[in-house]
Design a protein around this ligand. Structure first.
Ligand code: AMP
Length: 401
């Protein structure tokens, strides 16, 4: 379980934990060992699956362990926004390492071009670039890609849709033939397969298919501040004759706290989290399955794989980290032919992530109004990047990059 089993560089792990990453997503589970082993990779995974960390972490781990003065990795992305996003994620992961990086995506001022030129000629370790801008540097002849070890194409399908095929092939002509190439794409149309055949060498393949929730599940969500969540649970449970209710939360402390609060209110509740040993977990589960306890509050450990029938209601106390987890969690209700209800609480920090989940499952989930006595919840602004103070995230761009 967890990231430590990949045996990645310790300084990198520090950065990872300070960003609040604890459990690898499915794409990370599968891609990290392949990339660490040095093989080429073609991965079908969308935004929201954790694909950025899936390729950044193993590459950063290698670099942090064997520091270099050269350009080691080139990441090509379709848009400035994505290039910047990748660079920001990288800044967080690499915070405690000496790895340097630069995003090469343009900008109209000459200073930006000079900065990029310097990084490309003296060697920032990782270059994240949009194709057009990179080509204008390559054409000038000062770029030093002779020691490049990794080439990563992110959102390859989008790059081809935007007409970058020729640019990509031209860029590749400037790179050493002996390198590890990783291709990430949300879809795998034939033109991506053709590109892969040209530029990858005996690649491993990973396909993270996003499953869709079963039709019978009634899904709704509430926009709610953290401090309103417990009252909202009480409101939802009030007067309903439900026999089995599962509540998921991302953190152990939330799970323990909620169990305490609900017990204080006289509800039949138990909790399952990583502080319990295997025997205790089994006991808690047995009581829940036998309907001796009505409410089970759980961290993610329970969301995958365990087949409990006939759950009436699943509540996501917070938005799951990735879409696949969302589908797994709400899949605990409405198994087989029965119907069930899944409710997700979305605070002001989780809105963007929930929107990404809706995009992936191709369904907009209805946002129910809060009951009047709870007051109003946060405004719905899923396009906003909100800094979550609960995560001990380091400011990007600080420290050695
Ligand atoms: P991506 O698919 O790379 O765009 O990632 C989607 C979001 O999930 C980003 O906000 C990441 O910071 C976050 N994320 C990715 N992997 C993890 C993880 N293992 N634990 C927590 N958050 C993650």
């Amino acid at each position: 379980m967890g990231f430590p089993r990949f045996n990645m560089n310790e300084k990198l792990m520090e950065g990872l934990f300070s960003m609040g990453f604890e459990t690898p997503t499915p794409i990370q589970e599968q891609a990290i060992p392949v990339i660490l082993s040095g093989k080429d990779l073609i991965a079908c995974a969308q935004t929201g699956t954790g694909k950025t960390a899936a390729y950044l972490l193993p590459v950063l781990s290698k670099l942090a362990t064997s520091p270099s003065e050269n350009i080691d990795t080139l990441i090509i992305a379709p848009t400035r926004e994505l290039a910047l996003q990748i660079d920001q994620a990288l800044g967080g992961f690499a915070y405690f390492t000496s790895v340097s990086s630069l995003a090469v995506y343009g900008g109209s001022d000459g200073a930006a071009f000079e900065r990029e030129k310097k990084a490309l000629s003296t060697g920032a370790n990782i270059i994240i670039a949009t194709p057009g801008r990179l080509l204008s540097h390559l054409n000038s002849g000062y770029t030093k890609f002779g020691h490049l070890k990794h080439l990563i194409l992110d959102e390859a399908d989008r790059m081809l849709d935007m007409g970058f095929y020729d640019d990509i092939m031209r860029i590749i002509n400037y790179l050493p033939a002996q390198r590890q190439t990783l291709l990430f794409s949300a879809t795998m149309p034939p033109k991506i397969r053709t590109l892969a055949q040209k530029i990858l060498h005996r690649p491993e393949q990973i396909n993270i298919a996003i499953s869709k929730p079963a039709e019978g599940i009634l899904q709704t969500a509430y926009l709610v501040f953290d401090k309103q969540k417990n009252d909202l649970i009480l409101h939802i449970l009030q007067g309903k004759n439900m026999k089995s209710i599962l509540i998921f939360s991302a953190t152990k402390s939330n799970v323990k706290n909620l169990e305490r609060e609900l017990r204080k209110l006289g509800l039949s509740v138990c909790a399952i989290h990583s502080d319990l040993d295997q025997k205790q977990r089994e006991e808690v589960l047995r009581d829940f399955i036998a309907r001796k306890t009505k409410i089970l509050v759980a961290t993610d450990v329970l969301s995958r794989g365990i087949d409990i029938d006939g759950i009436d209601l699943v509540i996501n106390y917070d938005v799951p980290q990735d879409a696949e987890d969302y589908v797994h969690r709400i899949g605990r209700t409405a198994r087989a032919e029965s119907t069930g209800v899944a409710i997700t609480f979305i605070n002001e920090y989780d809105q963007k992530r929930f929107k990404a989940i809706e995009d992936l499952i191709e369904k907009e989930i209805f946002k129910s109004p809060l009951p009047e006595q709870l007051g109003s919840g946060p405004a719905y602004e899923p396009w906003k990047n909100t800094f979550d103070p609960r995560r001990r995230q380091r400011p990007h761009g600080k420290g050695k990059r």
